[in-house]
Design a protein around this ligand. Structure first.
Ligand code: CP
Length: 315
């Protein structure tokens, strides 16, 4: 592939910053990279000699691993740093940490942080591209991109699709990124959950709000189920997990009232039996593992497009 398309942004901080053209370019590029991961030798020389640093201040299974695999499949050198093993625990500031890492001349810094705005802040102090791998309750753009790729793959299009996002909307960076991205791509978004987990005034973003799961998912082409964040259970937002589950766990009974073509996605990690029933999670409409597979391709596309390899050849 010779790169002809370029993104309007040097950093990937949030979906609110990406145009529909940017999103199409990323999804098309990811699509073209998927085949590499099916080869016996899953490596191309495209980013040979490039260096990627993954700096994660929060736990991660999918995002961190797939950014690492994506870099390695493109032959980049990938370095992983955990926040707990960095000198921030000795008192170094986040900005000093980023500037010291940049002094070693990486080509991209990928960062996950529990504080909303941390990747945007860092991007103001260093010159190499920054990718937000999830910041607080703000945004998780690469998750949204892999969600869109998965939906487009199965529906053939994004425009005009109806999506119901079910669960803890208030604390979800995945919901925030997807609401923005889906609207950019001409999709209709409904948020579904208990009033305590849906931000007041969210209608102003142009989404519909529904407090009943049966009604909320009835006309959905895609149901995105979100994780109930167990770490927030002490905030008094739910009386109990059992009660949440009674009212909002997505079950086969709910699905009997929606189209057979309705797709189920979930960003993971999943609380089995709390937000989604086991048979739904593992049933034929569930694309949860397809999302994970697509995460590698999307992250390969981001690296490739941000590093602007005009003579890159993935073959
Ligand atoms: N979806 C997601 O961000 O999962 P991880 O926390 O495991 O990276």
């Amino acid at each position: 592939m010779t790169q002809t398309a370029t993104l309007s942004r040097k950093n990937i901080i949030g979906m609110e910053n990406l145009t529909s053209e940017d999103i199409e370019i990323i999804l098309d590029t990811a699509d073209s990279f998927k085949e590499i991961s099916t080869r016996a030798i899953k490596k191309v020389p495209t980013l040979r000699g490039r260096t990627i640093i993954n700096l994660f201040f929060e736990p991660s299974t999918r995002t961190r691993t797939s950014f690492e695999i994506a870099g390695k499949r493109l032959s980049a050198d990938v370095i992983n740093i955990s926040g707990s093993a960095s000198s921030t625990v000795k008192g170094e500031s986040l900005i000093d940490t980023a500037r010291n890492l940049e002094a070693m001349n990486p080509d991209i810094l990928v960062i996950r942080h529990n504080c909303s705005g941390a990747p945007a802040l860092i991007s103001q102090f260093i010159n190499c591209p920054v990718i937000n791998a999830g910041d607080g309750a703000h945004e998780h753009p690469s998750q949204s991109l892999l969600d869109l790729l998965t939906i487009r793959e199965h529906k053939g299009t994004l425009k005009g699709l109806k999506v119901a996002i079910v669960g803890d909307i208030t604390h979800s960076r995945v919901a925030r990124s997807n609401i923005r991205a889906m609207q950019t791509m001409g999709m209709e978004v409904k948020v579904v959950g208990p009033p305590t987990l849906i931000p007041v005034g969210i209608e102003e973003l142009g989404v519909e709000v529904c407090y009943d799961i049966g009604e909320g998912i009835r006309d959905a082409d895609v149901i995105m189920v979100l994780r109930i964040q167990l770490e927030r259970q002490n905030q008094g937002l739910l009386s109990s997990l059992r009660e949440y589950s009674n009212y909002f766990c997505l079950t086969e009974k709910h699905l009997s009232n929606v189209s057979n073509d309705t797709l189920i996605i979930h960003p993971g990690p999943v609380n089995r039996g709390i937000e989604i029933a086991l048979d739904v999670m593992e049933g034929p409409r569930s694309l949860i593992l397809d999302q994970v597979t697509n995460g590698v391709a999307v992250r390969m596309a981001l690296f490739y497009l941000l590093l602007g390899e005009s003579d890159a050849n993935p073959n």
